[in-house]
Design a protein around this ligand. Sequence first.
Ligand SMILES: Nc1ncnc2c1ncn2[C@@H]1O[C@H](COP(=O)(O)OP(=O)(O)OP(=O)(O)O)[C@@H](O)[C@H]1O
Ligand SMILES: NCC(=O)N[C@@H]1O[C@H](COP(=O)([O-])[O-])[C@@H](O)[C@H]1O
Ligand SMILES: [Mg+2]
Length: 386
Amino acid sequence: MYIGKKLMLLGSGELGKEVIIEAQRLGLETIAVDRYDHAPAMQVAHRSYVIDMLDRQALREVVEREKPDLIVPEIEAIATAELVKLEEEGHRVIPTARAAQLTMDREGIRRLASETLGLPTADYRFADNYEQFAQAAREMGFPCVVKPLMSSSGKGQSVCRSEEDLDRCWTIAMEGGRVQQTRVIVEAFITFESEITLLTVRSASGTLFCPPIGHIQKDGDYIESWQPHEMTEHQLAEAKRIAGVITDALGGTGIFGVELFLAQDKVYFSEVSPRPHDTGLVTLASQNLSEFALHVRAILGYPIPEIYVTAPGASRPLKAENELGDYRIDGLEKALSVPQTQLRVFGKPVTKVGRRMAVALSTGSSVEEARERASQALKHLSIQGE
Ligand SMILES: Nc1ncnc2c1ncn2[C@@H]1O[C@H](COP(=O)(O)OP(=O)(O)OP(=O)(O)O)[C@@H](O)[C@H]1O
Ligand SMILES: NCC(=O)N[C@@H]1O[C@H](COP(=O)([O-])[O-])[C@@H](O)[C@H]1O
Ligand SMILES: [Mg+2]
């Protein structure tokens, strides 16, 4: 068997599963790492390890044991200081160890974007304890958005609507972060018309932008995405400018999900993932090369001659409503009877409230048709306890 290089994925969820599949298509040997066993990407990788990825020593041990050519972070919560050291010692971290470190928590990336690069963002304050938090919220005004520094998919996030809401929001933030810490960010609430992810690829072919992906979020997590999203010429130009500036500052090669809010006359930078983005799952159906294929091509230094939408597409994730140790997903047959529709079932070992378990992907002759189909397909799916 020809195996070119060894790729180690740090984080092995649904996004990583697709990365591993694409890596294997180009002949790579793949290793999946995560904090729990039987994670989605582990089910398709050549080998896997279960470690606490926030533990510097555990991370070093697995890297030294496998000596991968490429270390590919898939989630934020990794001991990124150790990644910086490993990079200094000659290991290659995607896109760069500094990018992983800056985006690991909200403070690094927000200060870089706003204070160093001068990109437009919501006003914000950081707070270390309840008193500072209450003061920050009053300064931002109500409503404002409260988030733990290290969390994703909306965990620990809430909108604080009034003085009376402070206690509730503080408790949510303290209970929802990925690590035990009290520091939070309080952001001014932006009333936007729509929000997008501008997938941006840094590659041997230069910096390329995918057509914009529109999405809707509920409780800080995405519930629907579609591509392409309609934007004015001015909005698109500004979105590309912002994405170009932030991805140049992070450097390296690979795909980045640049999250932007589109308001009446302004485009705001929200955050960036230096890796495939959940809303970009739609590209599995709608693009000539998915965001996962693009990530792998870019990090291997291969050319990307063009990126285009093959058909307008939409995605709808299936989220669990209960915590179940043993579960099955019902309704696949009906969902797959919807025209131009595919499913990805992630194979996560257990459900949790709000956990994304599968996704419906549809295309159509218009974004509206694709959205309608994905929503039809999703309605057929349900999660049952065994
Ligand atoms: N300042 C804000 N004003 C208005 N809405 C906001 C603001 N910040 C976040 N949101 C809403 O909450 C969503 C999630 O926020 P954010 O992307 O910061 O969270 P996250 O936990 O990092 O999510 P993910 O990791 O899935 O990208 C945004 O996409 C947006 O819909
Ligand atoms: N917004 C970031 C995102 O979507 N990340 C994706 O979710 C997985 C964690 O899922 P889990 O919490 O269900 O284990 C991550 O591993 C990644 O694939
Ligand atoms: Mg986000």
